[in-house]
Write a protein that binds this ligand. Structure first.
Ligand SMILES: Cc1cc2nc3c(=O)[nH]c(=O)nc-3n(C[C@H](O)[C@H](O)[C@H](O)COP(=O)(O)O)c2cc1C
Length: 412
């Protein structure tokens, strides 16, 4: 395969142009998802699409936004719409941050760096997951914008401390500590499709995936042009080697993050901001503030961890009023698929949102062009929604003014 690498790289470069044309036709984030589904084999695509257990929370996160209804003030012509905002010392061009996504390199060569470049060009913050295949230094260098580093303690505290030190010297400006991953969620559908066999199976079991790989030849060539199965290059184990892809479940189980780790992170990270991700109730929001968090992410991990929890928009409605008088920034993720969703989240008290699947679908559809497209779609949708609402600034959005007070119930 190594000898074929130059050929595969040329093939990927040619295919990139083809996928860019498909991406250009996309009007919504869901169109990007459809293009990604054409390009990437089902067993790979499912990792990005799927959720835990019955996927009730995955669906509810999206549905909660869809049930909200706007209350527009018409007959208004706005010269401009103010979309810029300040988050933890960074002025960002739109209230959307790229959230941490594991293994982007599985869907696009050097996916982490490619996404970071597009996110920087969009004028916002990129968050790199611990569980990634491109060196965090390379990702930092790829973007002109700010970068945050999402931390898991996989490999143990000594290994995590090394990751923190690397992130610090590479110029990452915040640590995002994810607290909702005591064990990996039960991604039942993905497992049923054969996820474990595809990663840890015998050669014979792996061969069973060949037909679907061959039906997605463009992805297959790009995957091998990038070296095939990635390693976790930002988790350098005690023996100095990167953590293999195969170890992830065991490692996550052995390294749950607890509230007691926050002082430890502070000691290693210093005074720069710490963001607590995975806050799902008022009690934990208060604990995050008590532990000195600079921001929280109201998040259920995109419905990939505990199923049947509250959708994040509903959590936000409870948490935002409680934290209103604190200086802690409130971020939300889960279910963001459009600019209208973002406007709704801000109206309910979020300072900005994290996009997860929304930009990852763009990456899987067309790399740099796809991520740029995802951000330009969301940007346009925010602007159009604001103009149609008659609201000139995201800082003026308020649920009691711009939304109906009761979720809409469709009549049969
Ligand atoms: C494929 C995938 C991988 C993810 N990997 C991580 C991760 O490594 N660390 C983390 O904190 N969150 C991770 N998340 C959760 C996201 O950061 C975010 O909370 C979630 O995607 C938000 O939901 P949305 O996709 O509906 O926007 C991942 C989500 C997906 C879909």
């Amino acid at each position: 395969m190594f000898l074929l690498r130059p050929y595969l790289r040329r093939a990927h470069a040619r295919a990139e142009k083809r996928w860019a044309r498909e991406v250009e036709r996309c009007v919504t984030v869901d169109h990007l998802r459809q293009v990604m589904e054409k390009r990437v084999p089902p067993i790979v695509r499912e990792y990005y699409r799927g959720g835990a257990d019955d996927e009730i929370t995955l669906r509810d996160n999206v549905e909660a936004f869809r049930r909200e209804r706007f209350k527009p003030r018409s007959g208004v012509r706005l010269e401009s719409v103010e979309m810029r905002t300040e988050i933890l010392g960074h002025e960002i061009a739109l209230p959307v941050i790229a959230g941490p996504i594991g293994s982007p390199r599985m869907i696009w060569p050097r996916g982490e760096a490619v996404a970071a470049k597009a996110v920087g060009e969009a004028g916002t913050i990129c968050t790199l997951s611990t569980l990634t295949g491109t060196d965090l230094e390379e990702v930092r260098a790829a973007t002109g914008g700010p970068c945050w580093f999402q931390l898991y303690l996989v490999g143990g505290e000594e290994v995590a401390a090394r990751g923190i030190a690397r992130a610090k010297s590479a110029g990452y400006s915040a640590i995002v500590l994810t607290i909702d991953t005591a064990v990996p969620g039960n991604r039942a559908h993905h497992e049923w499709m054969g996820a474990s066999r595809a990663i840890n199976g015998t050669p014979g079991q792996k061969l069973a995936f060949a037909p679907q790989m061959l039906r997605h030849l463009s992805w297959l060539k790009s995957y091998y042009s990038d070296g095939g199965m990635m390693q976790f290059r930002n988790v350098i184990l005690k023996d100095g080697t990167p953590m293999p892809y195969t170890d992830i479940g065991t490692q996550l189980r052995a390294s749950a993050v607890t509230w007691e780790h926050i002082p430890w992170v502070r000691e290693h990270w210093g005074d720069a901001p710490i963001v607590i991700k995975g806050v799902q109730c008022v009690e934990d929001a208060r604990l995050a503030v008590e532990h000195g968090a600079d921001a929280i992410v109201v998040s259920n991990h995109g419905g990939r961890q505990l199923d049947r929890v509250y959708p994040t928009l509903y959590m936000l409605k409870e948490i935002a009023p409680v934290l209103k008088s604190s200086s802690v920034k409130i971020l939300l993720d889960g279910g963001i698929r459009s600019g209208a969703d973002i406007v709704i989240a801000l109206a309910h008290g979020a300072h900005a949102v994290l996009a997860g699947r929304a930009y990852t679908y763009g990456l899987g559809a067309g790399g740099l062009t796809g991520v740029s497209k995802a951000f330009s779609i969301m940007r346009k949708e925010i602007e159009d929604t604001m103009r149609l609402l008659g609201c000139a600034s995201i800082h003026e959005l308020r649920a009691d003014i711009h939304l109906l007070s009761h979720p809409f119930e469709a009549r049969p």
